[in-house]
Design a protein around this ligand. Sequence first.
Ligand SMILES: Nc1ncnc2c1ncn2[C@@H]1O[C@H](COP(=O)(O)OP(=O)(O)O)[C@@H](O)[C@H]1O
Ligand SMILES: [Mg+2]
Length: 111
Amino acid sequence: MDQSKIAIATLELARNIIVHAMGRGKITITGLTEPRLGILLVAEDKGPGIPDVENALEGIGGSKKGLGFGLGAVKRLMDQFTIETKLGQGTIIVAKKWMCNRLTEERKIML
Ligand SMILES: Nc1ncnc2c1ncn2[C@@H]1O[C@H](COP(=O)(O)OP(=O)(O)O)[C@@H](O)[C@H]1O
Ligand SMILES: [Mg+2]
């Protein structure tokens, strides 16, 4: 389930870079070990920025290029989510998902 959630979040962030930021960006996926095992997604672009983040997250404002539910979904699918955006400069979205407790315990034994 968590793999699917991370995959969907990555796809939505990638799609937004392509559709809304003219492809001028990148996504990095990093494994985390501190403060616990998890995955870090960083989507950064040099696009137009997001004028109203609250509306963008709630799907208000009527998306011209999609359904308008991608960003809100990313926030719900991941455990931590922050957006830093400046109009005319670009957007950085940082999202984290922690490995579930059972897998974390198993990995600790293996490490
Ligand atoms: N990387 C981005 N750069 C600029 N605007 C963005 C970016 N990502 C999202 N947005 C804005 O936030 C809105 C909501 O994003 P999203 O929920 O993914 O909907 P959709 O992509 O279907 O339009 C978009 O319609 C767009 O206006
Ligand atoms: Mg989208």
